[in-house]
Design a protein around this ligand. Structure first.
Ligand code: ZN
Length: 145
């Protein structure tokens, strides 16, 4: 019962918050250092991923906000933080944020760019299905940077 009360209070609290730094400190208070980074958008090289994010947002009638990368997104439902973390991730997704693991998306390191670049692992996973809509080779920076 206790866990479900926490779940409801996280849902209620987080729904109320619109300010990004308040959202960050709230989440990091629930789970220490949960938010790794906040990325404005995908690099143009990954417009196909941006498109599917847009489609999700259209379906829930929200504008796409930002990509939030997190330190932990448990798969195992027995993980003691599973409910809290997935509740936060669900509420943020419903607000138009995209939640990804910290190692899955990093910022383009070229000065001032900061657009999101997917990891080599994710690239290798998407590439066979995405074909030409992804860059022909993976790079830690945008093709144009
Ligand atoms: Zn770049």
């Amino acid at each position: 019962m206790y866990k479900y009360n926490i779940k409801m209070s996280i849902e209620n609290d987080l729904h109320e918050l619109t300010d990004q730094s308040e959202i960050e400190s709230y989440c990091n208070n629930i789970y220490k250092n949960w938010i790794v980074d906040v990325i404005d958008d995908y690099a143009i090289d990954y417009s196909i991923l941006k498109k599917s994010w847009n489609q999700i947002c259209e379906a829930i009638k929200m504008d796409p906000k930002k990509i939030i990368t997190v330190s932990h997104l448990p798969i195992d439902t027995k993980d003691p933080d599973y409910i809290n973390i997935h509740t936060m991730a669900d509420v943020l997704s419903s607000k138009g944020y995209l939640i990804r693991r910290g190692h899955e998306i990093r910022k383009c390191p070229v000065g001032g760019c900061n657009k999101g670049i997917i990891s080599k692992d994710l690239y290798d996973m998407f590439k066979p299905r995405a074909g030409k809509s992804l860059p022909s080779e993976w790079s830690p920076k945008c093709q144009s940077c």
